[in-house]
Ligand binder design. Structure first.
Ligand code: FE2
Length: 283
């Protein structure tokens, strides 16, 4: 699948850009299916009036945890006005869909599996790939939120580290509409934070644990990954990356998958655990 040069570049930079990985009709099918899921999503279900902030937070935590083995829509932070009403149409207010569409929805499953992805994952060092999560990210026009510097292994840790992110551009991504920015070679640095379950604080409680005080890269070290629709960007779970807010009138849809190697120990503290839905690879 990958040439030795591409493999060497991935090892050196911690990411690799593969233009034209998915075709226009495959992308159109995924986008259409995502919109159907959003249309079917009952936004009011998440707008129950809670008597306390704490109650609201616990309810949101439970929804988030359940999405590990389900399909859930999450709103942009700036989607609501002061009265709690949506500022624009529901389809333009959703931040993402997650986290098990690749196993539960036939259209998403088709897009997320195949001999090409399986061969690619193996070339990237996953001897026995296990596909944990899928996210459809909308990065909506005008209100698409910033995603600060982070490493994806923060959320899905294994020992040894084996997380690989697969980031499919479903639309052209550029500096104006909030493309990815990465720190080439930054995957050789330490894991800075871990997002862990905290059973003592409740069944759905989590917290961010500081591991290493190494500062995040400076703007000067960041490289924009401007790509066309259909491009697949693969990156090491330790690679620092971020994306700026989308203040442009154009959306920036992307679809991501995260896989680990079955030979590495998956942490019981990871928020995302499977209990009923079997784990699969790419084939
Ligand atoms: Fe990320």
């Amino acid at each position: 699948m990958l040439t030795p040069e591409q493999q060497a570049r991935y090892q050196a930079d911690g990411y690799l850009v593969l233009p034209g990985f998915r075709l226009a009709d495959q992308i159109a099918a995924l986008r259409q299916r995502a919109l159907q899921i959003v249309e079917a999503f009952d936004a009011d279900r998440h707008h129950t009036v809670f008597s306390t902030q704490d109650q609201a937070r616990r309810s949101a935590d439970a929804v988030f945890m359940a999405s590990a083995e389900g399909i859930e829509c999450f709103f942009e932070e700036e989607a609501f006005d002061d009265q709690g009403r949506l500022k624009q149409a529901k389809a333009l207010s959703i931040n993402k869909i997650g986290h098990a569409m690749h196993d539960l929805d036939p259209v998403f499953s088709d897009f997320s599996h195949g001999a090409d992805l399986d061969a690619l994952a193996r070339d990237l060092g996953l001897r026995q790939p296990q596909l944990w999560q899928s996210m459809y990210i909308f990065k909506q026009p005008a209100i698409g939120g910033e995603v600060k510097w982070h490493q994806d292994s923060t959320f899905l840790d294994t020992t040894p580290s084996s997380v690989v992110g697969f980031w499919f551009a479903l639309e052209d991504a550029n500096r104006d509409n909030g493309c990815l920015w990465v720190q080439p070679g930054g995957h050789r640095g330490p894991l800075r934070e871990r997002f862990v379950r905290e059973a003592a604080a409740g069944p759905h409680a989590t917290r961010m644990l500081a591991l290493d005080a190494t500062p995040w890269p400076t703007t000067a070290e960041a490289v924009p990954v401007e790509v066309q629709a259909g491009t697949l960007v693969v990156f090491d779970g330790l690679l620092p990356h971020y994306s700026a807010p989308n203040r442009s009138p154009v959306s920036r849809h992307a679809y991501t998958l995260h896989a680990t190697d079955a030979g590495a120990a998956y942490s019981a503290l990871n928020w995302l655990q499977r209990s009923t839905l079997p784990l699969r690879g790419f084939s």
